[in-house]
Design a protein around this ligand. Structure first.
Ligand code: PMP
Length: 408
């Protein structure tokens, strides 16, 4: 196996050459959004200079080219997730919209008072709040799978929570706040034994590990373009065919209909178009396809392995810092280092370390229930991507030590 050529792949990312406050940028906020390779950036100028056109309905050359490129991404995403059929890939604005689609379409039709939806303590707000909004209207119950002290899901508690009332389990594949990798395949099997569906929020998994929706037996799987080296404004919902077939449309408009009339009723397109009302983010979808090609040219498994090495190095070094506490030490963990430092506010650390060129995230990471569970309001979070290096990890730790010395 060839060694991971990080120096080569860094050259694909123009932003990595820039300086921040006179220091070389060390970008460790990849769980929030990843940087974009030139190949993906080029899609935008190519699209708008050569074949910008609305898709699916034009009979002219530009519309044909745009439609082919747009639909080409659907096939690439199908392969990326190992879905059975490209029609199971629905384009959304991101993970958030993908989850809201399931909540508003599947949830509104299938949930009733007395039903239960299980989510976990690890969820991002985007997999909490949409369920709360609908529960407030319909009156079903949301139950929360607790976590162990190390940030792993409490699987015994999960088993105990599952019952005949459980209609759906909504859980992230990888936690953005702690990095915990959840045993989604086992969780899906358990959910299915109880006749429940499983929706998996894969926003933090898709960039870092091979995802096989058939092996997992996921009913729904969501991820975002901007975390897999693609653009913002585009994401994906995968669903099983029978579910998508039975689900009503969520948003209405152009593109999602077969016929529209005032008297005889309106009929809807088949999935995926039934769920894609209006002109989509055409250039973004095409660019997402290019991003997935980039990821596969490097190898998503190789990327995850590399990030694991970066995480190990950072974890060991951070563990030697006096008063630093790492949140999330589950054995199955992706490249996320979340920590608090005694006597230093996370926000101060974030602001000061930025002065040294290091971009980390500070705050609640859209996971307030989880952070409150651990007794904190905020953490500092360094999260790794394919282009980060051992030297950057060492510089980050050195900068962190300096900053802690300044604030204590
Ligand atoms: N779920 C998880 C686990 C996430 O990390 C994020 C993004 N931070 C989201 C959902 C929401 O993704 P988006 O903002 O791209 O819709």
């Amino acid at each position: 196996q060839a060694p991971f050529d990080v120096a080569r792949l860094r050259q694909d990312f123009p932003v990595l050459a820039r300086e921040v406050h006179g220091k070389p940028l060390i970008y460790l906020d990849n769980a929030a959004t990843s940087q974009t390779p030139q190949q993906v950036i080029d899609v935008f100028s190519d699209y708008y200079s050569r074949y910008n056109a609305n898709i699916h309905r034009g009979l002219h050359t530009l519309a044909d080219e745009a439609t082919a490129a747009f639909e080409g991404t659907r096939h690439k995403v199908r392969a990326f997730l190992n879905a059975e059929d490209a029609r199971q890939i629905i384009f959304t604005r991101g993970t958030t919209e993908a989850i809201n689609l399931v909540v508003q379409s599947w949830g509104r039709k299938n949930l009733a008072p007395g039903d239960e939806v299980l989510i976990s303590m690890l969820e991002h707000h985007s997999n909490i709040v949409p369920w709360q909004l609908l529960a407030a209207e319909i009156g079903f119950t949301i139950k929360v799978i607790p976590v162990e002290a190390n940030g792993a899901l409490d699987m015994a508690a999960y088993r105990a929570l599952l019952s005949e009332s459980t209609k759906l389990v909504a859980v992230n594949h990888v936690s953005n706040a702690l990095g915990t990798i959840n045993p989604v395949q086992e969780m899906a099997a358990l959910a299915h034994q109880h006749g429940a569906l499983i929706l998996i929020d894969g926003a933090q998994a898709a960039p870092h590990q091979v995802v096989d929706v058939q092996a997992i037996d996921a009913d729904f799987y969501a991820f975002s373009g901007h975390k897999v080296y693609g653009p913002t404004g585009v994401g994906v919902l995968y669903g099983k065919q029978a579910l998508l077939e039975a689900m009503p449309p969520w948003q209405g408009g152009g593109e999602m209909i077969k016929t529209v009339s005032f008297g005889a009723g309106t009929t809807f397109a088949d999935f995926p178009h039934k769920f894609e009302a209006g002109t989509p983010a055409i250039a973004e979808v095409i660019a997402l396809g290019r991003a997935l090609e980039w990821v596969e040219s490097v190898g998503v498994a190789a990327i995850g392995e590399w990030e694991g090495q970066l995480l190990d190095r950072a974890t060991q070094a951070a563990g030697r810092i006096d008063g630093l506490r790492i949140l999330g030490t589950a054995p199955q963990k992706a490249g996320v280092l979340s920590f608090v430092v005694e006597g230093a506010h996370s926000q101060d650390i974030g602001l000061l370390i930025d002065q040294l060129g290091v971009a980390i995230r500070t705050g609640h990471h859209c996971a307030q229930p989880l952070l409150h569970h651990f007794g904190v309001d905020a953490t500092c979070r360094a999260s790794f991507a394919a282009y980060n290096t051992f030297e950057e990890v060492d510089s980050f730790i050195e900068a962190l030590n300096r900053v802690i010395g300044m604030v204590r």
